[in-house]
Design a protein around this ligand. Structure first.
Ligand SMILES: *[C@@H]1O[C@H](CO)[C@@H](O)[C@H](O)[C@H]1NC(C)=O
Ligand SMILES: *[C@@H]1O[C@H](CO)[C@@H](O)[C@H](O)[C@H]1NC(C)=O
Ligand SMILES: *[C@@H]1O[C@H](CO)[C@@H](O)[C@H](O)[C@H]1NC(C)=O
Length: 606
């Protein structure tokens, strides 16, 4: 980073000139000022030549109110707080969706999930199985692909949840290695309660009940058919009868799998294209994730590299190692948050120890808000979204989409700085593309904006004027950041119907629905000014807000323009695509007996 030393050198020269007559001094200072301005103007392009390493850390289901530097004074997150102290903290960092699969698709592509077909119009808004056929489309270009073309080594450690196969068991069409990552270690799926014994199963109870019903119907049909065939009452060929029976058997297997076998089907770890643990052992996964992240940094330190650490924390079942268990003041959830913070600290330490501190951009965020409905009895197992209404799964309310966002890059980004402008997780895409010296694809719409000028404080306002808040494929709300007045309008067209128990959640449903009986349509829309009412507590009306109608009209126009940019694309989360398909099941061993443990078998602890 020698390029940035000259400032200090100039200042020292200035000292020697004390006492020389004032005109000379003024000319000298003016020249100096020009030089500094010139150097400042060059700063971005100097940074570009540097191709910094990029380490992106994304937490799972972490709420904005769970972190010290966002106002939590009882959960201990010293390592994340330290990043904010040494860098830039965003207070209005917005996820493109309030659920894992679509939010991460948007993060990886810089595009609203509706553009890639990752926004669902049904009740299934996230991938349900490793053995589904949906996932991040092959023709989407992730940021990993863009920076790899610029010579970056690219690694993903942790959660993927963007699909695995399309048509056959090892085509790995949706796999990270087919989306620009050179190295992958982690879960192709996501953590869920089924991954831990003795936890109540989490995977969609209604879905399981339906499967059970169809299984019974098909079993009855198979039995009738076979009886008919044997007694000669039904005339079909044996081949047809066998085919039908086989189909019935597979269906039974799929039902069975939704109970006891979910753990074997979904809770697996892979290294590149190979399964290393099926099912995974939760006791050691935090250790393995950390070890993999650190070893990637050490292997690639001669850079440039991009490492995406996609934590399995703090998703249920909240498995926490002994070192942190029972240590926080917020039960098992708080323990898990504190364990994750420690992992963040270890990764940052590894970067600093390798001498990469000044040429590594570090980013920390969460994929969406905490899940209010995650409870076991009276114990809260989901995150806390601070003063913001709602949480995970809700399309419009701030609690579902406003997440922590922190950047650190000493020497390039100012320290201890807070930015209140609206920004998006989709902004990471053009930002890292720019830093790597690459360009974003020109043949499609990219919704993210390069954040560097805002982070460096070279501009005051973010380039986001309108943001569209979707719930699945349904537009629920729109935010309008009016640059001149500083007003921050938000109009809600649809909101979920909360549980009568209140507290702004859909208890008993897992998450709130996006459409149908469980939502309310608003005409005129509910309008808030977030700059005055960040908790969205008092909807405005034409009586209380003189520009009420004008604001709604302007937002309506923006929605029309936005809709005009949407094209119809294949639906990745259609019922057919999310279905469990035995022929796509990643399997270590001989299907259906999938089991292996290729780690050395020992249990490591942190
Ligand atoms: C801190 O986080 C915990 C755990 O989510 C939560 O219960 C608590 O209310 C939060 N405290 C504050 C002051 O935000
Ligand atoms: C990083 O840059 C700062 C100044 O911005 C300097 O004081 C420090 O020595 C540098 N550290 C390394 C490891 O290069
Ligand atoms: C990817 O392919 C689908 C199906 O052909 C198409 O609709 C979509 O526009 C393509 N996406 C991109 C980014 O090219």
């Amino acid at each position: 980073m020698g390029e940035f030393q000259p400032y200090g050198a100039f200042r020292q020269k200035g000292e020697h000139l004390k006492g020389i007559f004032p005109l000379f001094k003024r000319v000298y200072l003016a020249t100096l000022l020009c030089l500094v301005i010139l150097l400042n103007a060059c700063e971005v392009s100097v940074a570009l030549d540097l191709k910094p390493n990029i380490v992106l850390m994304l937490a799972d289901d972490l709420g904005i109110g769970d972190i010290g530097c966002y106002g939590n004074n009882t959960v201990r997150t010293p390592n994340i707080d330290q990043l904010a102290k040494e860098g830039v903290k965003l207070t209005q960092h917005i996820a493109a969706a309030s659920l894992c699969t679509p939010s991460r698709a948007a993060f990886l592509t810089g595009r609203y999930p509706i553009r890639s077909g990752m926004a669902s119009s049904s009740a299934y808004r996230a991938l349900q199985w490793n053995a589904g056929s949906g996932g991040l489309p092959v023709n989407e270009t992730s940021f990993a692909k863009v920076v790899r073309q610029q010579g970056y080594a690219t690694g993903l450690v942790g959660k993927w949840h963007q699909g695995v196969n399309c048509e056959s068991v090892n085509d790995h069409c949706h796999h990270p290695l087919n989306h620009g990552f050179d190295y992958f270690y982690g879960m192709p799926f996501t953590l869920l309660n089924n991954c831990q014994d003795n936890k109540p199963p989490e995977l969609d109870a209604a879905f399981q009940a339906k499967l059970w019903f169809y299984t019974q119907v098909i079993a009855l049909a198979v039995l009738t058919l076979l009886t008919g065939k044997i007694t000669g009452l039904v005339s079909v060929t044996w081949k047809a009868a066998m085919c039908f029976s086989l189909f019935g058997l597979l269906f039974f297997a799929s039902w069975f799998s939704s109970y006891g076998f979910v753990k074997y089907w979904n809770c697996i770890l892979m290294r590149n294209n190979n399964i290393t643990e099926q099912p995974m052992k939760l006791e050691r996964s935090a250790y393995l994730i950390l070890q993999e992240a650190v070893s990637f940094i050490q292997r690639k330190k001669h850079g440039p590299f991009l490492l995406f650490v996609s934590f399995l924390h703090v998703h249920t079942p909240l498995f926490t190692t002994e070192r942190f268990l029972g240590k926080s003041r917020h039960g098992i959830y708080g323990d898990n948050v504190e364990e994750m913070d420690w992992l963040v600290g270890q990764i940052v330490d590894a970067i600093d120890k390798e001498g990469l501190r000044n040429n590594t951009l570090i980013y920390f965020a969460s994929d969406h808000g905490g899940q209010l409905e995650a409870q076991e009895g009276r114990i809260q197992l989901g995150g806390w979204n601070g003063i913001y209404k709602g949480g995970k799964g809700m399309g419009g309310w701030e609690g579902g989409i406003r997440v922590p966002g922190i950047f650190r890059w000493p020497g390039i980004l100012p320290a201890n700085t807070v930015v209140h402008e609206p920004t998006s997780l989709m902004d990471i895409y053009p930002t890292v593309a720019h830093l790597a010296g690459g360009a974003v694809p020109q043949d499609r719409i990219i919704d993210g904006k390069n954040l560097l000028p805002l982070l460096q404080q070279n501009i005051k306002h973010s380039e986001h004027e309108f943001m569209f808040h979707y719930c699945g494929s349904y537009l629920h709300a729109v935010r309008w950041h009016q640059k001149d007045s500083g007003a921050l309008w938000k109009a809600h067209y649809v909101t979920p119907v909360f549980h009568p128990k209140g507290a702004g959640a859909c208890y008993g449903k897992g998450i709130c629905p996006c459409f149908g009986e469980g939502v309310t349509h608003h005409d005129p829309p509910l309008l808030f000014d977030l700059s005055r009412d960040p908790s969205e507590a008092m909807p405005l009306s034409s009586d209380t807000e003189p520009v009420f109608h004008a604001v709604l009209k302007r937002i309506e126009k923006a929605v029309g323009e936005h809709r005009g940019t949407l094209a119809s694309v294949p639906q990745q989360l259609s019922l057919y695509n999310i279905m469990w398909k035995p022929w796509l099941q990643p399997c270590c061993g001989t299907f259906p007996f999938c089991w292996c443990d290729k780690e050395d078998g020992s249990v490591h602890s942190l």
